[in-house]
Ligand binder design. Structure first.
Ligand SMILES: Cc1cc2nc3c(=O)[nH]c(=O)nc-3n(C[C@H](O)[C@H](O)[C@H](O)COP(=O)(O)OP(=O)(O)OC[C@H]3O[C@@H](n4cnc5c(N)ncnc54)[C@H](O)[C@@H]3O)c2cc1C
Length: 483
């Protein structure tokens, strides 16, 4: 049955059960709307997943910014604030976690913890330090709104010089985005830093202003700026709480194949032939799915541009080392990053970086044992089976960390991520705005909210889901008012 006479099965359908979709469905349910969440795979959580054995391995995200307002609000609504655990410094005080290191000239060197440390670090030459120190004197002129944004590499290079850009920011981008710095757009990937730099006319002044901005009061415990959080049993705890909260409203193994208009309603077709009708739909799926799902509402050019958004692939080797397998003097702290320039050195690690997982939160490894997550580019492990990848990662970690031998592994797990992290390249933000404008014009009531729309960090993804729920709620209310 088509057209106006058909009744909706529910108010809203959320497609995709990653954190964006789960957060969205949770908000809609809290607003007392009749919501259904359809997840194509056999489990909820998307890229979030915790393997719990003797060691606790986070397959996807390891940490969330404690200052993430969307994440903290969601955690509070679920009654989980008291479950949060925070990274600590060497004295056990809540902090941004232990030292971060950079692999530089054959060894690990501590990264400066504060911007002032950039002027004393052995990681940069005096020339590079002079360019940084004088940055506020060279006014930044924001491009016209119609002008294309620069790449993050070009923007930073012009501000702080090529050496600091490639060595420090290049390593950071590889570690967080799994991409090379030239692939990111300055505004699209770091909108707050970009806007603040435009406002202050200087990157350093912008960074200082962002640091000095008063932190908003968040529900639950107070932690210092920069602290990172998780749960004792890993981030999967959040997924489990959301799944409990949604109950039968969330279905797994429900792959959506097509979204169509059915009069004033939306018809959502599943791959198994089932259909659902709703008054609104939120797509919380990766960008390439738009091509198939939204063929009727988005023109070919927008669908092609969405499908062409690059995504980073990476292989994560989780390594558990029994007590004594790693020498006591081995580096501790948060972990290390490998800058892009290292590729030209024969002794460089293969990894993009590694996290000392057992250092982040208590209970990640048995007492006295250590665990690591080593992030590898897929090309470095092509053709290797999982066990060979784990061995190679352990050898790479040992070489990078200056250990006398490769540690024996008492437990390991390899996760291969294919096209898992969207890259916000030059023009990405405009593309998302164009897609949202086209949907608003041609498909009112169809929303997009995912890591490719509002940023990849867990807090941004949760925020995207919550904001989409707010827009859906407002639309349904306005329809009721009009009726
Ligand atoms: C290895 C890794 C490490 C990370 N580390 C961190 C970190 O430490 N801190 C941090 O803040 N962020 C981190 N991130 C980023 C963050 O975890 C992600 O950006 C975020 O979790 C993505 O959530 P999402 O809901 O947008 O997408 P996803 O988690 O990809 O969920 C999308 C869901 O949609 C489903 N789906 C797709 N098509 C259909 C369909 N047709 N029908 C129904 N369902 C469908 C998929 O099965 C999936 O479950 C990391 C990401 C990865 C991959």
């Amino acid at each position: 049955m088509d057209g106006g006479s058909r009744k909706a099965d529910c108010d809203a359908i959320v497609v995709g059960g990653g954190l964006a979709g789960l957060a969205c469905a949770h908000s809609l349910a809290r607003a007392r709307l009749d919501v259904r969440l359809l997840e194509g795979s056999a489990r909820l959580g998307g890229v979030v997943g915790t393997r719990r054995g003797d060691y606790l391995f986070e397959e996807g995200p390891n940490t969330v910014q404690a200052g993430g307002a969307h994440f903290r609000a969601l955690v509070d609504e679920l009654g989980l604030s008291e479950r949060l655990v925070c990274t600590r410094d060497a004295h056990g005080n809540p902090s941004a976690g232990g030292e971060r290191h950079l692999w530089h000239a054959g060894r690990l060197v501590a990264l400066p913890a504060k911007p002032g440390g950039l002027l004393t670090t052995p990681l940069l030459s005096w020339r590079a330090k002079a360019i940084i120190a004088t940055e506020p004197l060279r006014r930044f002129h924001a491009p016209d709104p119609d002008e294309e944004e620069p790449s993050f590499e070009a923007f930073l290079g012009e501000r702080i010089g090529r050496e600091a850009t490639m060595r420090l920011a290049g390593a950071f981008v590889r570690g967080v985005h799994g991409a090379e710095i030239g692939a990111l757009g300055a505004r699209s990937a770091f909108p707050r830093l970009w806007e603040a730099t435009c406002r202050h006319g200087s990157l350093l002044k912008a960074a200082r202003a962002l640091q000095a901005a008063p932190a908003s009061r968040l529900p639950g415990p107070d932690w210092p700026r920069g602290a990172l959080v998780s749960f004792p049993l890993g981030l999967q705890e959040l997924v489990e709480a959301l799944a409990r909260d949604l109950g039968v409203r969330a279905s797994v193994s429900s792959l959506v194949d097509k979204i169509e208009r059915a009069g004033a309603l939306w018809r959502v077709r599943l791959a198994d032939g089932a259909t659902h009708h709703a008054r609104a739909v939120v797509l919380a799926t990766p960008a390439p799915t738009l091509d198939r799902l939204c063929g009727d509402f988005l023109d070919l050019d927008l669908r092609a541009r969405a499908a062409a958004i690059p995504h980073a692939s990476l292989v994560v080797a989780h390594l558990g080392c029994a007590p004594g397998a790693v020498p006591e003097h081995a580096p501790r702290g948060f972990g290390y990053l490998v800058p892009p320039e290292a590729r030209s050195r024969p002794d460089a690690p293969l990894a993009l970086g590694a996290i000392h997982a057992s250092e982040l939160f208590a209970g990640r490894a048995p007492r006295g044992a250590r665990s690591y997550a080593v992030f590898l580019p897929p090309a470095a492990v092509e053709g290797l089976d999982d066990e060979a990848v784990a061995r190679l990662a352990a050898a790479d970690l040992a070489r990078a960390s200056g250990l006398p031998r490769t540690p024996a592994l008492s437990e390991w797990w390899v996760r291969r991520w294919h096209n898992a992290i969207p890259t916000s390249g030059v023009g990405h933000m405009r593309l998302v705005a164009d897609i949202r404008a086209a949907l608003a014009a041609q498909a009112d009531g169809l929303e997009v909210a995912a890591s490719w729309t509002d940023g990849i960090a867990v807090d941004s993804v949760v925020g995207a889901g919550r904001e989409a729920a707010r827009r859906v709620q407002a639309r349904l209310l306005s329809l009721e008012d009009a009726a």
